[in-house]
Each structure stands twice: as structure tokens, then as C-alpha cells.
Design a protein around this ligand. Structure first.
Ligand code: PNS
Length: 160
């Protein structure tokens, strides 16, 4: 079975990689779908994010089970166009739930056949988020505990 793992991935973190690995243990193929959202101020372009993800998983034993794509528009439309029905979302803590719950139910409203599966990353990663990583990197802090080395390097180059 193939599933979609959607998100901004700006940039990919150890939290994403943890959820991704869990998803590859459960499904045959995980399609990382990067939302191209012109209303969000992203620091990496969608193509840069694809490269960062590809480099981050290159050595992983589950790499062959992962596809990376980008999409514009509604996620349910991407799912339907690709004949996919299942979304994976990582939920770190209770506060994530409200937003994730609304999004999952809305996606199911927009596409009756679309269901969301929530996966929890390892507890030591529950506080890692793309936005905090961006802020730490912006102020020159050490992000090496939260993102792969290639991402830390790319952040340094962006903000350096
Ligand atoms: O990593 P993020 O930013 O939490 O991911 C959010 C994402 C990209 C999954 C969500 O914003 C999304 O699906 N955007 C595409 C547009 C869409 O379908 N919006 C309706 C969601 S109910």
C-alpha cells in the first residue's frame, strides 16, 4: 500500500525522519509530498527541500521505499490525481492535535475516501519543529541535534 506523507518540510528535521521511518515500516511506499504554498514564507525553495530530503535519506535502509514530490493546491486533489487515499501526519504532542484533527476531518470532508493516520515520533523529538529550527539557525544557534548534517549546513549557508 502507498501513502502520502505531506508537509512543508522547510526544512526536514529528525522528527520528520523518525515519522518517515515508522511509515516505511508499515507501508510499501511513502510519498513525501511537499506543499508549494505561495502564502507561506519558506526559506528553502521546493526543489531545495527535495534535494535536502533526498540527501538526508540516501544512506537509510528505507530510502528505496520513499518517493519525493511537490504539489500545489489541495492535498485531496493531489491524492485523487495519484489514486492515493491515505495521509500520514506526525503528531508530537497534545497541542498538535487540535490543528491535525481539524485538518484530517476537513480533508475527509473534501474527499470522502481520504483518511489520515497519525504517527508519533520518538519522545525525545517531541519538541523539534521546522519553525524552531529556522529560528535557532537564524540566530546562529546549533541545530545539529535537530536536523541532519546536510540540512544544518544548508541552513548555515542560508543565514550565514
Ligand atoms: O508541515 P505542515 O506545514 O504542517 O504541513 C501542512 C500541509 C502542507 C500538510 C497543509 O497545509 C496542506 O495540506 N496544504 C495543502 C493545501 C490544502 O489541502 N489545505 C487544506 C487542508 S484541510
Amino acid at each position: 500500500m502507498e501513502v502520502i506523507y505531506p508537509g512543508s518540510f522547510d526544512p526536514i528535521t529528525f522528527g520528520h525522519l523518525d515519522v518517515l521511518e515508522r511509515a516505511t515500516n508499515l507501508f510499501d511506499k511513502v510519498i513525501i509530498t511537499i506543499a508549494v504554498n505561495t502564502r507561506k514564507n519558506a526559506i528553502f525553495t521546493p526543489d531545495e527541500r527535495i534535494i535536502l530530503i533526498r540527501e538526508s535519506i540516501r544512506e537509510k535502509p528505507f530510502a528505496h521505499k520513499v518517493d519525493i514530490r511537490k504539489f500545489t493546491g489541495l492535498l485531496v486533489d493531489f491524492a485523487h490525481q495519484n489514486k492515493l487515499k491515505t495521509l500520514i501526519r506526525g503528531v508530537r504532542q497534545f497541542s498538535d492535535y487540535e490543528y491535525e484533527f481539524r485538518m484530517a476531518l476537513m480533508n475527509r470532508k473534501l474527499g470522502k475516501d481520504i483518511d489520515t493516520i497519525f504517527l508519533m515520533p520518538s519522545e525525545h523529538l517531541t519538541f523539534v519543529s521546522g519553525s524552531l529550527v529556522r529560528e535557532i539557525a537564524y540566530w546562529g544557534g546549533d541545530v545539529s541535534h535537530f536536523v541532519p548534517a546536510n540540512v544544518a549546513e544548508a541552513l548555515k549557508n542560508k543565514y550565514g
